[in-house]
Design a protein around this ligand. Structure first.
Ligand code: SF4
Ligand code: SF4
Length: 309
C-alpha cells in the first residue's frame, strides 16, 4: 500500500492508544489523565486507554477504530518496540492502512519501570507521546520488498562471544568468516583459570569450541587480521580486511612452537607473555588443536612466537 492516506486533505487522523500493561505502566503513569488530555490534541481523532493493548481484544480495538474513525496514523504508548512493534504493525495493516503509518512510544521500560515519582513519570510520558504524535505525521507508506542477500556472515572478534556466534551460525548453515585482530582466537577467556559463578575450568569450556572453529567446514578463520573498512548495507556488506604478515608460510607451519625456544631474539610481546605466563591459558592454547601458525618479527625474519598447537 502506498500514497496519500489523508484523502488529499493534508491532515492526519491519529488514533492514540495508551496501555496500562496491567499495573506495570498504570502504577507510575496517569494513563487515564493522559488519554483525556490527548483527546483534545488537534491531530488525534481517537484517544483510548486499555489494560493490555497487545492482547487480541486490544488489537481488535485498534482495527475497529481505524475503520470506524477513518484513522490514517496510529500511535501506541506501551512497552519497548522490541517487544510488540511487529504485533501492532500487523494490527494496523489488518485495519487497512500501511503498517509503517505507526509509531510506538515506550512508556514502560523508559518511563514507569525506571521512575519513582508519579508526577514526573506522567510528565515524561506526556512528552514522549507528544513527540510520537508529531513524528508520525511525517511517516511515509513503505512497501516490503524481497532482495537478494549474500548468505555469508563476518564475525569480528574471536573471543568466546565471537567463537560461540560463529559456531551457531555455521551450524545453522551459514558460511562464516571469523576475523580476529590478535594472532589466535580465545580472547580474555584463555587467560582465566575458572569462570564465574560455577568455577568451571575456563580452558575446558573454551578449548573444545576453539577446536570446533578450527575444524568447522563452514568457518574461515582469519587471525592476525584487522577490519579496515565496511561499506554496503544489511545483506550486502563489503568489508576490507588487512591480514598482517606472519613471515612464516602458514601452509607449511604446523604451529609446533619449536622455533620459539630456538629463536635467538625471542621477542615475546607483552601480551603474549601475559598469556603464556598463565598455566591454564597456556594449556588452553596447547590443547586447542587450532592450527595457529607462528609469527616472526619483521626485523628478525625469524620465527619467534608460537601460538598454539
Ligand atoms: S503491549 Fe506491552 S505494555 Fe501493553 S500489555 Fe502488552 S506487553 Fe504490556
Ligand atoms: S611453529 Fe615454528 S618451528 Fe614449528 S612449524 Fe611453525 S615455524 Fe616451524
Amino acid at each position: 500500500m502506498s500514497g496519500d492516506t489523508t484523502n488529499g486533505s493534508g491532515k492526519v487522523r491519529i488514533g492514540l492508544f495508551i496501555c496500562h500493561c496491567g499495573t506495570n505502566i498504570a502504577k507510575m503513569v496517569d494513563v487515564v489523565k493522559l488519554t483525556e488530555e490527548f483527546s483534545k490534541h488537534p491531530d488525534v481523532a481517537v484517544s483510548r486507554e486499555y489494560r493490555f493493548m497487545c492482547s487480541e481484544p486490544g488489537q481488535e480495538l485498534i482495527i475497529k477504530d481505524i475503520k470506524e474513525h477513518k484513522l490514517d496514523r496510529v500511535v501506541v504508548a506501551a512497552c519497548s518496540p522490541l517487544m510488540h512493534e511487529p504485533t501492532f504493525r500487523k494490527a494496523v495493516e489488518r485495519g487497512g492502512i500501511n503498517r509503517y503509518f505507526f509509531e510506538m512510544v515506550n512508556v514502560r521500560e523508559q518511563v514507569s519501570w525506571v521512575s519513582t515519582d508519579y508526577e514526573s513519570a506522567t510528565a515524561k510520558a506526556r512528552r514522549l507521546i507528544n513527540g510520537a504524535l508529531a513524528r508520525v505525521k511525517f511517516h511515509e507508506a513503505l512497501e516490503m520488498r524481497r532482495v537478494k542477500i549474500t548468505p555469508r556472515v563476518m564475525v569480528v572478534g574471536g573471543g568466546i562471544g565471537g567463537i560461540e556466534t560463529s559456531l551457531q551460525l555455521a551450524d545453522a548453515g551459514f558460511e562464516v568468516v571469523l576475523v580476529e585482530k590478535d594472532d589466535t582466537i580465545g580472547g580474555h577467556m584463555a587467560k582465566f583459570d575458572k569462570t564465574f559463578p560455577t568455577l568451571d575450568c575456563a580452558a575446558c569450556i573454551l578449548t573444545p569450541k576453539m577446536v570446533s572453529v578450527g575444524q568447522h567446514p563452514r568457518i574461515r578463520l582469519m587471525t592476525w587480521t584487522e577490519v579496515e573498512n565496511v561499506e554496503g548495507y544489511v545483506g550486502n556488506f563489503k568489508v576490507k580486511v588487512r591480514q598482517k604478515a606472519r613471515y612464516v608460510d602458514p601452509s607449511l607451519c604446523n604451529g609446533c612452537g619449536a622455533c620459539y625456544e630456538a629463536c635467538p631474539a625471542r621477542p615475546v610481546p607483552t601480551k603474549r607473555k601475559l598469556i603464556l605466563g598463565r598455566q591454564v591459558a597456556n594449556q588452553g592454547y596447547m590443547l586447542s588443536g587450532v592450527k595457529m601458525p607462528a609469527l616472526a618479527k619483521e626485523e628478525t625474519k625469524t620465527p619467534a612466537v608460537a601460538d598454539a598447537v
